[in-house]
Design a protein around this ligand. Structure first.
Ligand code: MG
Length: 247
């Protein structure tokens, strides 16, 4: 099932070219239908927080000149960072090094607290594509990564939540202006999705709609005004945004 959020905050399920409208992310159906091509999609989650993991692919840690961590290196993005599929993202005025990071996103379906690894996936609503946009220069100079990772528009998410999916070995590709820049598989993660969920919920309750960004593979790089950046994940689809001049 593909769950979308659209318009002024409606929810629905995509069936071919049609959205069957639902009362919330998990139904029930209202009986109304709209055409997918006629609506503006929104980020398909309303998280209280977005938990992210850095350095979760060995070759990305290497390209950053960093060690593979013994435990997940977590940080947060706030909900203001969310951006819709197809959004225009202004190049931030405070950076000279704006990077894309294509990532698999996990959307939580049921409240999670101290959930063992073997049960973790049963709490997941589904999976979508994310871009962990990053101001790389201020990531190195600021004490915490609030500007670097959590400015407005720094977390494009979508286009929908795919609920029937095994996250353990999916192709993940990122394109800039149609040129492939990242090409890996989720099987290359250092810490798996069930491990990450179990690890986080030892100390932090995850609420329905919360989002986990699972880290990016090698091939991160610069974005410039005018670029189209897209991430494609096998079994989910394609998320793209445009970088536009600073506000
Ligand atoms: Mg990242």
């Amino acid at each position: 099932m593909r769950i979308v959020r659209f318009g002024r905050g409606s929810w629905g399920v995509v069936e071919g070219e049609v959205i069957r409208v639902t009362r919330g992310p998990a139904g029930p159906f209202t009986g109304k239908k709209v055409l997918l091509s006629e609506v503006k999609l929104l980020p398909p989650a309303r998280p209280t927080k977005i938990v992210c993991v850095g350095r979760n692919y060995r070759k990305h840690a290497e390209e950053m000149g960093e060690e593979v961590p013994p435990e997940p290196g977590l940080f947060l993005k706030a909900p203001n960072a969310l951006a819709a599929p197809g959004a225009d993202i202004p190049y931030p005025s405070f950076t000279k090094s704006f990077h894309y990071e294509g990532e698999l996103a996990v959307v939580i379906g049921r409240r999670m607290r101290r959930v063992p690894e073997e049960k973790a996936l049963s709490y997941v609503l589904g999976y979508t594509c994310a871009l962990d946009l990053t101001a790389r220069d201020v990531q190195k100079t600021d004490l915490q990564w609030i500007r670097a990772k959590s400015a407005d528009g720094f977390c494009p998410l979508g286009p929908w939540i795919e609920t029937e999916l095994d996250p353990s070995d999916l192709a993940l590709r990122t394109f800039v202006n149609g040129e492939i820049r990242q090409n890996s598989r989720t099987s290359m993660m250092i810490f798996s999705v069930p491990f990450l969920l179990s690890y986080i919920t030892r100390f932090m309750t995850l609420e329905p709609g919360d989002v986990l960004l699972t880290g990016t593979p090698e091939g991160v790089g610069e974005l410039r005004v005018g670029d189209e950046v897209a991430v494609e994940i096998e079994g989910i689809g394609r998320l793209s945004v445009h970088i536009v001049p600073s506000e």
